[in-house]
Design a protein around this ligand. Structure first.
Ligand code: CMP
Length: 140
């Protein structure tokens, strides 16, 4: 069924100029980009995005990394978009990610793994709302 998901190219992906490569993959897959924004994330936005990781050993590093430079935020729509995007980005640890996936092909470090995509429709709604108002998302 038709779903929307939140996708974000992380600071290392923007810095390494992988934006075109990654958007190209999303477009070639047949998914629709229905919102897009380049942002330097505030500490507050980072803490909201990574709420579930608060207290974990890597949390402070994660927040400082994600606020270290601009990220490219997108809303991506399509048939089963949540699972399809997760499959396309590959495992969290790029060393475990299959070749052919974005992390498998373009990243090596678990901390700096190029891209984020929501892991459920519920999280997608929450994450989209951190960065986009309803009017910024193009209606089908
Ligand atoms: P993501 O799944 O997009 O969101 C949570 C992020 O936390 C994850 O990507 C990694 O970048 C980061 N992360 C998860 N586990 C670790 C870890 N063990 N060490 C460092 N970073 C981690």
């Amino acid at each position: 069924s038709l779903q929307k998901t939140f996708v974000m190219i992380k600071p290392d992906g923007v810095k390494r100029k992988l934006v075109g490569e990654i958007i190209g993959r999303i477009e070639r897959k047949g998914l629709d980009i229905i919102a897009m924004k380049l942002v330097k994330m505030s500490k507050e936005a980072a803490e909201k995005l990574y709420e579930e990781h608060k207290g974990k050993s890597f949390y402070q590093d994660l927040v400082s990394y994600i606020t270290s430079g601009p990220v490219l935020c997108m809303v991506v729509a399509g048939d089963e978009a949540v699972a399809v995007m997760r499959k396309m980005i590959g495992a969290t640890d790029p060393k475990e990610a299959s070749p052919g996936t974005i992390r498998g092909d373009l990243a090596l470090s678990k901390g700096e793994n190029v891209i984020h995509a929501s892991d459920s429709e519920e999280k997608a709604k929450k994450e989209m709302s951190i960065f986009f108002s309803d009017s910024e998302i193009i209606a089908g």
